[in-house]
Write a protein that binds this ligand. Sequence first.
Ligand SMILES: Nc1ncnc2c1ncn2[C@@H]1O[C@H](COP(=O)(O)OP(=O)(O)O)[C@@H](O)[C@H]1O
Ligand SMILES: [Mg+2]
Length: 300
Amino acid sequence: MVALAGESGSGKSTAALSLMRLLPWGAKVGGQIMAGDRDVAALSREDLRRFRASEARIIMQDPWSSLHPMHSVGAQLVESARVADPKLTKGAARELAIETMRRVRIPDPESRMKSYPHEMSGGQLQRVLIAMALVAKPKLLLCDEPTTALDVSTQAQILDLLRELNREMGLTIVIATHDLEVISGLADRLVVMYAGRVVEEGPTDQVMSNPQHPYTWALLQTAPRNNTGQRMRTIEGRPPALDDLPEGCSFAARCQFTIVDCRTGRPELLLIDEPRRHRTACFRVQAEHAATTTHTQEEQ
Ligand SMILES: Nc1ncnc2c1ncn2[C@@H]1O[C@H](COP(=O)(O)OP(=O)(O)O)[C@@H](O)[C@H]1O
Ligand SMILES: [Mg+2]
């Protein structure tokens, strides 16, 4: 389970959509998008259609706009199952739909099949959307801010469900969120984005307890504590416009720890802890890391 975190506007949704090649017309994706041993960026039209129908599914932020208002929930589940596997009979797809609704803890699934989206609560609808993805038996589930539209107690239930699906079904989940509270104790790995790029990536506990990039550090400082809803502090300044990025590090203008390099070059995402695959894109941290590594080598 991987979390994509960053302030609103940092490029989380764009990154998630890119993974499915669902970007708007004219957008370009460079490099590769590896799903297992296949490059999604190089899939043919037909393979891409199959990939989106059954291997990887995406759940967008707003459950209301993601379902057809005039079709019953059951019809939409059956449709999703049969698009993923055209060999399924209607009866088998219906059974799979009911079983999956039960799996995501929708009470009384047989009669719920007949409900329309407007007859269900936000939390129930989010479960239906998860079920719509699951009937396709995907390997990867992308969730874009899956709980932002929900109240706090429903949020917790949906997150518990996602964690359970990840553990029990071995489903890989990528969850994009601006809310760091959501991530701790949930995601195995944390990817922090700033101005459309990854600035830090590593095991969630390590990144949260020992953040390396100054942006991650600042972001953690702004997370509300003790459910008081109070923000500890805010990060001064604003992120740069993505169509007009500065020459050096995109965070330099807001960073308290800049060195000369930060204004001229763009830091790459480099490993600073190999066994735990902790990476950061910060010149200063990389320089300090290089210094300590050489130091230890000299001592040995
Ligand atoms: N890598 C990128 N290159 C260019 N534009 C980007 C990139 N990532 C995001 N954007 C643009 O920035 C804006 C905010 O991105 P979005 O993905 O919606 O952020 P978030 O989901 O973190 O709030 C969008 O208009 C998007 O098109
Ligand atoms: Mg978004």
